[in-house]
Design a binder for this molecule. Sequence first.
Ligand code: AMP
Ligand code: MG
Length: 274
Amino acid sequence: MRLTPHRIKPGTQVDLAAIDTRNTPMLSGDKRTERSQAEARHAENVVAMQALQQRLFAEQKQSLLVVLQGMDTAGKDGTIRHVFGLLNPQGVRVHGFKVPTALEQRHDFLWRVHAVAPPHGLVGVFNRSHYEDVGVVRVHDLVPEQVWSKRFDQINAFEQALTEAGTTVVKVFLHISKEEQKERLQARLDTPEKNWKFSMGDLEERKHWDAYQEAYSDAIARCSTASAPWYIVPADRKWYRNFVVSTIVRTTLERMNPQVPEVDFDPSTITIDR
Ligand code: AMP
Ligand code: MG
């Protein structure tokens, strides 16, 4: 499965505003069957991921970290449900990052992130991440430019250190259009079961749409590396988003190729008492 249309090569310029949020380059042929193709392939990916995760859990020599970023309503929660929801929960750790607490603010920005990086054997999923520290922080001038501008290199060094310690890092930007966000925010107002997800703050952030697109474009360009790549996933259509993210996770786990450990005894010589 070729993820090349969505993987950002190191050193490329990125302009999110110019990237289609409804494109489906990993599906070929008849537009009318795209959704069923994507759903069928997503289901296959999930089955493959289950077996790979089992091996990763048994091996305990490496881990996978999947970073999810996106604008409000981009589908970070839905992606976690659809892509990771059928894995063995003992082997998955999901962390959401909120506005830093008073204690977190007294540390460097990577402190709280490093603390929850997945140990060997586990799949870690970040719902938001250290990229907020070059995203919302930059858009709202929460720290001076001379501080956030140094963070791209700090992030690259951090992710490189994780990689060298056996954690494979992949980063996924769920890319929706401003119109799609409007529809999803409206649905949160119109559907009683979704009201709780609506926040007035989301309307405030929406006013800064272009600044966010620019900040993320920069972060993705500066921090997509050979060992910890960024993927920009067209996410207006949830079925395409789920299929692409499960493909990223599956192919990454296949490349990691975890192996169940060998035992130091000969099972054929062991008799179990009746
Ligand atoms: P939600 O994902 O809807 O639960 O919202 C979490 C909020 O926390 C978002 O508005 C994020 O922008 C904000 N947030 C997360 N990390 C940071 C950070 N490092 N600095 C400031 N705000 C953050
Ligand atoms: Mg929110």
